[in-house]
Write a protein that binds this ligand. Structure first.
Ligand SMILES: [Ca+2]
Ligand SMILES: [Ca+2]
Length: 303
């Protein structure tokens, strides 16, 4: 029979036996183990200075038990609204440590701070606090910026020939800009690409090629679609004038009505000579400028 006094110390165990005093000593030791003791290696937590507003960030709280009995944590809570915990109740064995993930999603930019209160059965410190702080930064969405609101192909685009101008698209936002389509209402316009991603702060170029079918002024619009939430569709005006370049009948050296390959062979034979038939610009020599003039007429019919 065990008999304990008011302090819980065993004073007498049954009838006397040789091992009983040792048993009493171990029971006494059990009863006098040091109580659970909460220790926090760090009493302040830093969420960082660059938490994107609207995005969750998690830091880890470490809790140690330096006592001799199980530490029972009964609650964690914060005075800052929106702070969540991976768990709010746990048991930490003597000499062990445990971690709790603490997550906060700042709703707006600017500094934030608060306190976490941890309740436990540590008889000396049943409530301990940890401070935390950080700064939330606003991340600017993808923002399309186009230097030119209009592009001119010039007033002398040869009808039937291609001319290319370049459009520069910049992303002045802080997230990737995704261009999802580029199109034009002007016939004969093609693009080097119609989908691309532009990193924050970067620029990309789109080549716009026009092949006017006939002479005369032309105008139209390019429409660029992107994931810029403010300007999902932006337009650039296109304009210019196509001209019909008259055929030089002199380039039809064999007079068959077409400026074609047989004329090219004849021109090649006369190259570097002073044959006036092939000296289209009248410079006195059949040379490269004459070839350019011939090439401009190549493939055309002589009226
Ligand atoms: Ca010919
Ligand atoms: Ca010449």
């Amino acid at each position: 029979m065990l008999v304990a006094d008011r302090e819980g110390i065993v004073r007498h165990i049954g009838r006397g036996a040789s091992g009983l005093s040792a048993a009493a000593a171990s029971i006494r030791e059990l009863l006098t183990l040091p109580p659970p003791t909460i220790r926090l290696p760090s009493t302040s937590l830093d969420f960082g200075e660059d938490v994107p507003a609207g995005e969750a960030r998690t830091v880890t709280l470490v809790v140690r038990n330096t006592g001799g009995k199980d530490l029972s944590i009964t609650n964690l809570e914060s005075d800052l609204e929106g702070v969540t915990f991976s768990l709010t109740e746990l048991t930490v064995a003597p000499g062990e440590r445990a971690t709790v993930d603490i997550t906060f999603t700042p709703a707006k930019s600017g500094p934030f701070s608060g306190t976490i209160t941890i309740s436990s059965d540590d008889p000396e410190n049943s409530s301990v606090t940890v401070s935390f702080s950080g700064t939330a930064a606003i991340i600017k969405p993808p923002t399309i910026s186009i230097a030119n609101t209009s592009l001119n192909f010039g007033e002398d685009v040869p009808a039937g020939e291609s001319k290319t101008v370049t459009l520069v698209v910049k992303n002045t936002g802080e997230k990737d800009l995704s261009i999802t389509n580029v199109e034009s209402d002007l016939e004969g316009v093609t693009f080097s690409l119609t989908e691309l991603t532009v990193a924050p702060g970067d620029s990309a170029t789109v080549d716009i090629t026009l092949t006017p079918a006939e002479g005369g002024p032309f105008s139209g619009t390019i429409t660029i679609s992107s994931d810029d939430p403010e300007n999902s569709s932006v337009t650039v005006a296109l304009s210019g004038t196509a001209i019909v370049v008259p055929v030089n009948p002199r380039a039809d050296f064999d007079n068959d009505g077409e400026i074609g390959f047989s004329d090219f062979l004849a021109f090649a034979r006369a190259f570097s000579t002073d044959n006036p038939t092939f000296d289209l610009d009248g410079s006195g020599t059949v040379d490269f400028p004459d070839f350019l003039e011939f090439a401009r007429n190549f493939g055309k019919s002589v009226p």
